[in-house]
Design a protein around this ligand. Structure first.
Ligand code: PEP
Ligand code: MG
Length: 311
């Protein structure tokens, strides 16, 4: 029956009692965005722009960037597209950025931190996004990766607003989740990156298979950081999405909705399974599942408790 529900699922995303939860796709270029558009997703929750440039020896011109961003925007003429500024460094070094040597690249100059050493790179990217937004049916939103402080969010938001762009930031550093209220005061939306949030909360390399028991987004510590962020979003009346791998786990997606998350962005291939699971449970069941999962002692207990609450 589950397989049939998944095959039959059609967006938009909602709980069985009608609470809308946008189900969005993570994409990396025009072709992946067009494939996602055929899969019922309502838009793009995370466009990883750095992945489009992994093989580039030099920085793409503003015109080239504009064309690429416009391709992704045009794949969803009626849907929201969230463009993330370059998340270069650490596991995703770019050839046209001098990353230098770092003993701890995951804790080094990556994501928004590059703007401090090379401000022109971010300025040119925002110029290209603003140009791509001109004349688009739906204006894209823009978000910065690796934000740790409200001051970083403020500076990024000012640069976006100066270009008429709607700013948001990723919540993927525990400090930003703990200070979510102050961060949300600076921007119009946030999106939780559970991959890095888990890595940094648990002090466990996301690439290490030996540490998989720690890099599990069901860890109660991670769920508590997401709850802090969702509560701050509800208080500010601003959207809180999730765009890490956690959003691709149908059971965890229901828990995230119960915590107050307002959109889920995952690989396009996972969207139907998430949408079908969510469509079979009420918002109240999601809330019970979230409460039980957060109060659990470990990931397995959290999964079991959520499954009980949702059956
Ligand atoms: C994340 O960290 O969860 C995320 C969505 O970003 P990335 O996987 O690209 O680091
Ligand atoms: Mg990340």
């Amino acid at each position: 029956r589950m397989a049939e529900d998944v095959a039959r699922w059609r967006g938009p995303g909602r709980t069985s009692d009608g609470t809308a939860v946008a189900i969005l796709a993570n994409v990396q270029d025009g072709p992946s965005a067009r494939t996602a558009a055929e899969r019922q997703v309502e838009g793009v929750g995370l466009f990883r722009t750095e992945l489009a440039f992994l093989n580039r020896a030099d920085e793409p011109s503003v015109d080239e960037q504009q064309a690429l961003y416009r391709e992704v925007i045009d794949a969803f003429p009626a849907g929201k597209v969230v463009i993330r500024t370059l998340d270069a460094g650490s596991d995703k070094p770019l050839k046209f950025i001098d990353h230098g040597h770092e003993d701890n690249p995951a804790l080094g100059i990556r994501g928004i931190r590059i703007a401090a050493t090379d401000p022109g790179l971010l300025e040119r990217q925002l110029d290209a996004i603003a140009a791509a937004a001109t004349g688009a049916a739906e204006a894209p939103w823009v978000m910065a990766p690796m934000i740790a402080t409200a001051a970083e969010a403020r500076s990024f938001a000012a640069q976006c607003r100066a270009r008429g762009l709607t700013p948001g930031v990723m919540i993927e550093v525990p400090a930003a989740a703990l200070c979510a209220e102050a961060v949300l005061a600076e921007v119009d939306f946030v999106s939780v990156g559970t991959n890095d949030l888990t890595q940094y909360a648990m002090a466990a390399d996301r690439m290490s298979s030996e540490l998989a028991a720690l890099t599990d987004p069901w860890q109660p510590a991670v769920l508590r950081l997401i709850r802090l962020t969702a509560d701050a979003g509800a208080g500010a009346g601003k959207p809180v999405g999730v765009c890490g791998e956690a959003a691709a786990d149908p059971l965890l997606a229901c828990v995230l909705v119960g915590l107050g998350v307002t959109s889920l962005s995952c690989a396009a291939g996972a969207a139907a399974a998430v949408g079908a699971r969510l469509g079979g449970v009420t918002l109240q069941q999601c809330r019970w599942a979230a409460e039980a999962a957060v109060a659990s002692a470990d990931p397995q207990a959290a999964r079991d408790a959520a499954r009980r609450a949702l059956s």
